[in-house]
Design a protein around this ligand. Structure first.
Ligand code: GTP
Length: 598
């Protein structure tokens, strides 16, 4: 009965089309958050999200809506990220819902991630309610966008709600549409417990907090639950919902979205996508769960202080708990010591993980330049996967190096097709097709090496199209390319953490650019440091960092010991994200300079 009045929905959109702002208005209109507690983008509660104005993590919240039919409805709203790096989070939240609001910017129209997210929602059989947002903008073209929704997505564009999350237009209509269009959950309350873990976080007091969607049955404090992937059993200590802060409940039942704690102390036991059931009365079959996600890029993560290796492992494990896309395994670098090789979905994901490690876990880190994974066919007939350029076998053992290729779909106004094609060609792209989306825009499709896309491609694309282009891509397979490993030598020694795999045609120019960049970023030492780029034994570029003569304090004649101490202290603090490689102090920027010189 209760289920008839539940609506579980998600909001999906291309980045910046206004999901989080719309979620704010919905929370406000339903009095979930009192006006005085309202701050913009309430659901983006990570400091990092607020600073950058983007949603990184999905967030679930329960609210009550008093509908025009006189009844109260319980809504579970799951906010999701828009950036392509986090689309995995989107698919996770959709699996917990029956419907989705599809937000499209009235001025920008349907974009690459609009389509990608709609596909995810359709895969999950969700009912989709289209919303055209930002109709307050002078540049809004709701009629054009309606047409795009009809033509490009195959939903009825005339059916879209016209809204402005900023000015509060159309919000009530959206809520009514959720009641009328999104189906109520249809689970069996009497059946054995069957719940999907769609997220989890570690809390030092309560242990692992599981965010769940109950499909069948119910759960309350004292129940014994079982995690179906590993058979581990736990006694439930608390159940509740997020509204948007945690609110304890006596019971969660079929259709509900809430949390469960059960003194789960070992984070390895829980996995998002797993099914929770009752230990006494287990359900026959686990839910489908999530498809396994493979990282796109890999990078070394090293503590600047080697003694922090275990802290870093602990932090990575905790982050992995609510970021299933993060993978890592121990790695040893001659230059950087003990650390981890971690896999990420893209550079933004990598950046976010680095910041969370440094902020939330107070670690100082060095991350090496990211690399894709290569399939190496060796002369002895075996094939190996290389995720770390330093581990590339000697060229005499290599028959072919295969690199991941993607199909890139770039949606852009007609006028910019030229610059987009030029950019793609420059990045080793091969033209595939071009589809006219409507009178104004085309979808340009290229086959491209993933390694060319993950770095600064998106920025270049934006700047070549005045910000109008949007990009989506998916891996299509591996292809042999003319690739070589380039070593960087500092002071005559190759630094494993600075090795890269590059296309032969770019080797010379990149070698020169990287050595020049390293010269800029590595501070002068009190001896001369030659920097060289080499392929095999052949040096292809070289430069030298000249020695400096005096230390910083030498110039202070006063001999004021206080001042001297302060300066030395400043110098020491400045050493954060700095690591001694052999006898040379190398800062974080140096490792990243490999990226900046594409
Ligand atoms: P991500 O969380 O990063 O995926 O973005 P988002 O889709 O949640 O977008 P967000 O709500 O952060 O809004 C992006 C920008 O658009 C912000 O600067 C908002 O203030 C603005 N915005 C949102 N809705 C409206 C609207 O209805 N009208 C206007 N003019 N601006 C809006």
């Amino acid at each position: 009965e209760r289920q008839k009045h539940i609506r579980n929905f998600s909001i999906v959109a291309h980045i910046d089309h206004g999901k989080s702002t719309l979620a704010d208005r919905i929370l406000e209109l339903t009095d979930t958050v009192a006006k005085r507690d309202m701050q913009a983008q309430v659901l983006d509660d990570m400091p990092l999200e607020r600073e950058r104005g983007i949603t990184i993590k999905l967030n679930a919240v329960e609210l009550t809506y008093h509908a025009k039919d006189g009844q109260d409805y319980i809504f579970h709203l799951i906010d999701t990220p828009g950036h392509v790096d986090f689309s995995y989070e989107v698919s996770r939240s959709l699996a917990a819902c029956e419907g989705a609001l599809l937000v499209v910017d009235a001025a920008q129209g349907v974009e690459a991630q609009t389509l990608a997210n709609v596909d995810l929602a359709i895969d999950d059989d969700l009912e989709i309610v289209p919303v055209i947002n930002k109709i307050d903008l002078p540049s809004a073209q709701p009629d054009v966008v309606k047409e795009e929704i009809t033509e490009m997505i195959g939903l009825d564009g005339d059916d879209a709600v016209l809204a402005s999350a900023k000015s509060g237009i159309g919000i009530e209509e959206i809520l009514e549409r959720i009641v009328s269009d999104v189906p109520a959950p249809a689970g069996d309350v009497e059946a054995p417990l069957k719940a999907l873990i769609f997220d989890s976080v570690y809390d030092s007091y309560r242990g692992v907090v599981l965010d769940v969607r109950l499909v069948d049955g119910s759960v309350k404090v004292g129940d014994e639950i079982e995690l179906m992937s590993n058979g581990k059993k736990f006694e439930v200590t608390e159940v509740g919902v997020m509204s948007p802060k945690a609110v304890k409940r006596d019971l969660l039942m079929a259709g509900d979205v809430g949390y469960i704690t059960a003194s789960i102390k070992t984070i390895q036991d829980t996995r998002v996508g797993d099914t929770v059931t009752s230990a006494d009365n287990p359900t026959a079959e686990a839910l489908a769960g999530y498809r396994k996600i493979t990282p796109m890029v890999y990078a070394g993560v090293f503590p600047t202080d080697n003694a922090k290796f275990n802290d870093l492992r602990d932090a990575l494990e905790k982050l992995q708990l609510n970021d299933a896309a993060l993978e890592f395994e121990p790695e040893t670098s001659k230059a950087l010591g003990f650390g981890f090789r971690a896999g990420f979905l893209g550079l933004l994901h990598m950046d976010v993980i680095q910041e969370r490690l440094e902020r939330d876990f107070d670690l100082d880190l060095i991350m090496t330049a990211p690399s894709v994974d290569y399939h190496v066919e060796k002369t002895d007939g075996t094939t190996i996967t290389v995720e770390n350029p330093a581990e590339m076998p000697d060229s005499s053992e290599i028959k072919d190096i295969l690199e991941p290729y993607v199909k890139a779909s770039i949606m852009v106004p007609n006028d910019y097709v030229g610059p987009v094609m030029e950019l793609c060609q420059r990045k080793r792209g091969e033209f595939d097709t071009m589809n006219y989306l409507d009178k104004y825009r085309v979808d340009v499709i290229y086959d491209m090496p993933l390694s060319e896309i993950i770095y600064d491609f998106f920025d270049d694309l934006k700047s070549n199209t005045k910000g109008y282009a949007s990009l989506d891509y998916e891996i299509t397979g591996y292809r042999a390319s003319d690739l070589v490993k380039m070593d960087i030598l500092l002071n005559g020694d190759p630094v494993d953490a600075l090795a890269t795999i590059i296309h032969k045609d770019f080797a010379q120019s990149r070698g020169r650019a990287i050595t020049a960049k390293l010269k800029e970023t590595i501070p002068r030492q009190n001896f001369e440091v030659p920097i060289q780029a080499a392929i095999g034994n052949k040096i292809i570029a070289r430069t030298t960092i000249r020695a400096y003569r005096k230390d910083v304090t030498a110039r202070i004649h006063t001999g004021d010991p206080d001042r001297r101490a302060k300066l030395l202290d400043k110098q020491k603090r400045g050493k954060k994200r700095m690591k001694a490689v052999g006898s040379v102090e190398v800062p974080q920027e140096a490792f990243m300079s490999l990226l900046e010189v594409n």
